[in-house]
Design a protein around this ligand. Structure first.
Ligand code: ZN
Length: 214
């Protein structure tokens, strides 16, 4: 379901361009709205959420899929925590489908999927690890990196039950927007992957906007 946002970018309290291979790690207060823009199209924003008051509670792909009875994320999807609580709700989406099954790229998956020589190429997992390492104040470590959302990624499940990493449904300027239902910590890796059609073999920037409580 496609749904445009009524929010005006000129009223956003924060706007930041995040380059490919860079990360975004910021708190979002209950009631605030976060928009991720796929600036040039076909990008992947690998995203994790934590309860700011208790980082042991975090986004759960399993509980989100089970609660809504749908493996894809779209407008109206409630992002559910490991404690079964609503963390955020997707309030607008001009893409139509986002993945939460495919996981994130890592040096291990680069090796298995592509080539031994790809092992040292930059990955989302390394990007998250860097974000946590230089932001010790949040108390997160590599054990806190669990299943994630891949905003803008199209990973259809085949009739045989496999996963296809397809060319994205997203395009230049398309966006997804969500409202926080609790104070959360947002961790995004703007995917640096060069070997996957999901990012068109050419990773590009995303823009992140935040609006204050309406
Ligand atoms: Zn990635």
């Amino acid at each position: 379901m496609l749904k445009e946002s009524p929010l005006n970018p000129s009223h956003a309290i924060s706007r930041r361009l995040v380059g490919a291979g860079d990360f975004f790690l910021e708190p979002l207060q209950k009631g605030q709205t976060l928009r991720i823009v796929d600036v040039e199209g076909n990008q992947a924003a690998d995203t994790l959420f934590y309860n700011l008051a208790d980082i042991a509670e975090r986004y759960s792909a399993v509980d989100t899929v089970r609660t809504q009875g749908n493996i894809y994320l779209e407008a109206g999807t409630r992002l559910i925590s490991t404690e079964g609580r609503v963390m955020l709700e997707i309030t607008a989406d001009t893409v139509g489908r986002h993945d939460t099954l495919g996981g994130a790229c890592a040096s291990e998956s680069n090796t298995v999927r592509y080539d031994l020589e790809k092992r040292h190429m930059h990955s989302c997992r390394d990007n998250w690890m860097l974000a946590l390492a230089i932001n010790e104040k949040y108390g997160l470590t590599k054990r806190d990196i669990t299943h994630n959302i891949n905003f803008f990624m199209n990973v259809p499940v085949t009739p045989e039950g496999g996963l296809d990493f397809d060319d994205g449904l997203s395009g230049p300027g398309k966006y997804v927007e969500m409202r926080a239902e609790m104070d959360v910590l947002v961790l995004i890796s703007n995917c640096p992957q060069l070997n996957n059609p999901c990012s068109g073999y050419n990773p590009t920037p995303i823009e992140i906007l935040i609006w204050d409580i309406a």
